[in-house]
Design a protein around this ligand. Structure first.
Ligand code: GLA
Length: 347
């Protein structure tokens, strides 16, 4: 039996800061307790053979394969990248064990790619640091998978630690790990609607932001000021997308300050404002998710919002510790398709 190497990565929930990570802004994700483990055995041929607890049949692919919309695509892309980084020279046999539901906005794909690259780095006995690995994982998404995502998910799953939020400046790629305040938790609830970043709606938002970037002559929509954008003669859609980006970036900064001051009432209010902006300005929510978010606050959350790329997936709600059971019972009774996924807290 060939020598095997292991790589792990958690899922992530983004607490606030959506679609800011490819517009020069800040994000505030946190590592979940659900995650993914990969066992990797290097091969001398060019096959990528994958078994997974999520799929009955193994996938047998070739390093030269293009992405074809199969679950094993990220594995092929990651092994190709590991070859480009000189971590491997050939294919690999992979065994995956994941507890991150796919299509939930919890970074199952980033976790898979990062975990494979970490296992490949083990196999090579060293290599790029975690930030460079996150950048490499994004390349796999952007250029192999064809998903024009930002850097948040890869950075979060490569570097975030339990019990902290990662205050990440996606332009400078600098970050702080900030302790979550004691006495509160962030609960993640799946709406029951799954989504795929490859389904085109994420890419459509990226295209709209690109049009706004051309208009303003900057890559950093998040850093524009509100008055300038309000005053400008620009179509309604790129204008609203830009307004979301710059106000969302400002909300991340306020939310970070609120978290550091243990002022979770303000943090919750910013989550609610973020959801309204995603719903009205960025138009990335769905009526069922709006209803779930409304119920979440009606039943006592300090704030709640859609999390991740949008158009389905999960919400995140800020709760006082000890509140979850009663809150969840009411929420799931009203929204029978929803289900509890995980919660992050200081303890
Ligand atoms: C997805 C992408 C991220 C980010 C979020 C939205 O998770 O992978 O890069 O853009 O959507 O905030």
């Amino acid at each position: 039996m060939a020598e095997t190497f292991t790589g792990t990565a958690p899922g992530r929930v983004n607490l606030i800061g959506e679609h800011t990570d490819y517009n020069g802004g800040m994000v505030l994700p946190a590592a979940l307790s659900i995650g993914l483990e990969v066992t990797l055995a290097p091969r001398t041929d060019s096959a990528v053979a994958v078994t997974s607890n999520g799929y009955d049949a193994p996938a047998i692919r070739e390093l030269s394969d293009d992405a074809v919309g199969e679950w094993s695509d990220p594995c092929v892309g990651a092994i190709r990248e590991a070859n480009a980084l000189d971590l491997l020279s050939g294919g690999a046999t992979l065994d995956l064990h994941s507890t991150i539901p796919e299509g939930s906005g919890l970074s199952s794909s980033a976790a898979l790619i990062v975990a494979i690259l970490k296992a490949a780095r083990e196999a090579a006995g060293g290599g790029p640091d975690d930030v460079e690995l996150a950048i490499a994982a994004r390349r796999v998404e952007n250029y192999y998978m064809g998903v024009p995502c930002g850097i948040m998910d890869q950075m979060a799953v490569a570097l975030a630690t339990p019990g902290t939020a990662m205050a990440l400046d996606t332009k400078a790629l600098s970050y702080d790990l900030v302790a979550l305040p004691a006495g509160f938790e962030m609960a993640v609830v799946h709406s029951g609607l799954t989504r795929k970043l490859t389904d085109g709606r994420y890419a459509a938002r990226k295209v709209e932001c690109d049009a706004a970037k051309r208009h303003f002559g900057t890559e950093d929509l998040c850093l524009l000021d509100e008055a300038t954008v309000e005053a400008v003669d620009l179509d309604d859609i790129p204008k609203r997308r830009t307004m979301h980006c710059l106000t969302e970036h400002a909300r991340v900064k306020y939310a970070l300050a609120a978290m550091q001051a243990c002022d979770m009432d303000s943090f919750g209010a910013l989550m609610n404002e973020s959801h309204a902006s995603m719903r009205d300005l960025f138009e990335m929510s769905l009526p069922e998710i709006d209803a779930l978010v409304e119920s979440a606050t009606e039943f006592g959350a300090l704030g709640a919002r859609l999390t991740g790329g949008g158009f389905g997936g999960c919400i995140v709600a800020c709760l006082k510790s000890g509140q979850r059971e009663a809150w969840l019972a009411k929420l799931l009774e009203r929204h029978p398709d929803a289900r509890f996924i995980d919660a992050v807290s200081a303890d």
